[in-house]
Design a protein. Structure first.
Length: 169
């Protein structure tokens, strides 16, 4: 649906222009549609079955019922250098030393930047009456499938039907 592409693109713009700590931008945004959305949803279902996690399967089915997905993450986000202790260290931590579902640890300020980008994006979807939900599992598989080049990712599937597939599941 061309209208959904427009909404997803407007969401990407909102995420891109969201405020960032110290004016430094580490936010990455990708919009996926069509076959890529279907492949993402199926990969989520497959992961859920493989590891025995029903939430991956449930969210994967939600993605299969979506017209587009907006992926928002952070890439190579250096610590803000504030030595605030929010990460649990007295001095800013060494980031991206662990690799699990995401690379980490991450500076809390950079994660907040990603949160502001996510909030700005879903605000646009809400204004346009497009059903959406921020999902970490979408980001996990989106990153694994290399649909976005980022270290820490969340995904926002989009739908415009009579009832949101993302709630009352």
């Amino acid at each position: 649906m061309p209208a959904m592409t427009t909404v997803a693109d407007l969401m990407a713009i909102a995420a891109r222009t969201a405020p960032k700590t110290k004016g430094q931008d580490f936010v990455v945004v990708e919009v996926i549609e069509g076959e890529a959305v279907q492949a993402l949803g199926q990969a989520m279902i497959d992961r859920g079955k493989r590891i025995g996690n029903a939430e991956f399967e449930r969210d994967g089915k939600n993605v299969l019922n979506s017209e587009a997905v907006v992926l928002i993450g952070i890439k190579d986000a250096t610590p803000a250098g504030l030595n605030c202790g929010a990460c649990g260290n007295e001095k800013c931590l060494r980031i991206n030393t662990l690799a699990t579902e995401f690379k980490g640890p991450q500076c809390p300020y950079r994660v907040l930047d990603m949160g502001l980008a996510l909030g700005s994006a879903v605000k646009i979807a809400s204004i346009m009456n497009v059903d959406n939900r921020i999902m970490y599992r979408v980001g996990t598989i989106g990153r694994e499938a290399k649909l976005i080049d980022a270290d820490f990712v969340m995904g926002i599937p989009l739908s415009a039907t009579g009832k949101s597939p993302y709630f009352d599941r």
